[in-house]
Write a protein that binds this ligand. Sequence first.
Ligand SMILES: *Cc1c(COP(=O)(O)O)cnc(C)c1O
Length: 393
Amino acid sequence: MPVSLPPLKPPRRLLFGPGPTMVEPRVYSAMSTPIVGHLDAYFFQVVEDIRNLLKSVFGTANDFSMAISGTGSAGMETAVANFAEPGAKFAVFANGYFCDRISEMGRRYGAQVVRFEKAWGEWFADEEAAEFVRREKPQLVAFVQAETSTGVFQPGKAIAQAAHEVGALVIADTVTSLGAMPVQVDQTGIDIAYSCTQKGLSCPPGLAPMTLSPLALERLRARSGAPRTWYLDLKLLDEYYDGAHRYHHTAPISSFYALREALLAIAEEGVENRWARHYRAHTAFVAGMEALGLAMHVAEGHRIWNLNTPRVPDGIDDLKVRKRLLAEYDMEVLGGFGPLAGKVFRVGIMGPLATEENVLALLDAFEACLRAEGFQPKGSGRAAAEAVYAAAG
Ligand SMILES: *Cc1c(COP(=O)(O)O)cnc(C)c1O
């Protein structure tokens, strides 16, 4: 039977959700260039370029910086599988969904997981975080720098300091923060950081950038047995991407091209300029939401810049608002889940969308959809956002 399907013609969405986010045209172009073999010298040059470009977004001098095949969760599993040895004590700072995922992986790899739990939307203060680590004396500590389920940014310096005092390594989930706000791996004292391509880096999903500190590398090399995972075994991956270039798996070549191009675009803009652009978009959007009369779920000073969580006003059905945004404006915004289901919107403003024009368009559309569902705005979101941009010059 002959098969006939219409050609692919995906709708042109404005991806204002937590990810995947908008991709620059130059990145799509890079993906359509011809592939080479996974052992070709050209491919290893691309790997080398990615290693060097990753250092500036991660804020690290670590030579061990590479991309794992798979999405952000593959990065998470690589971190856990290689460093949480069976029976080891693994301390997790748990204040959202992704901390729960790390905990679950830790248990599956046989670690003894201990958790410091907080409500979704709260963060860990330096003192209490350090105290927890000193009391538990784990071999491994994990925290989520940008908890996408809540909108909280967790600084890690006090956590890392206490962890190193007790001889523990520090894992940080930088899946949402990387490329959009300062991650500062070295300054914070993070030993193992992983991320994804489809959030702050404005690239399609498919790879998990990762970096290891010299201390993490030393522990990896000293590890007695092999990890339970073969595909995500960092020693084997290191022999493929670096060292002997021994075949391990067929790297997704086009995804590597895309990541190189996305990182190059960031380097050309200047990573600090890019962070500043995201910060401005964030403050303008927050000012706009508050002017309309919506409260932010996370306290000021603890918010992720590129993922905003305004609370759903009383009596408003967030799903109806979001459906309308998608149907009438082609704008994708996601809702909360777990304890925050129906309570917050999750609005990602990153990459090409982090501009005044796009923030204002989003605020106008948001206001119209809220009004259509019966919400009476207090004031003008657009005017408040414009004032932020005007003040920034
Ligand atoms: C999205 C996300 C992940 C998982 O990444 P996938 O690419 O969906 O596998 C992990 N941690 C955080 C904080 C995230 O936002």
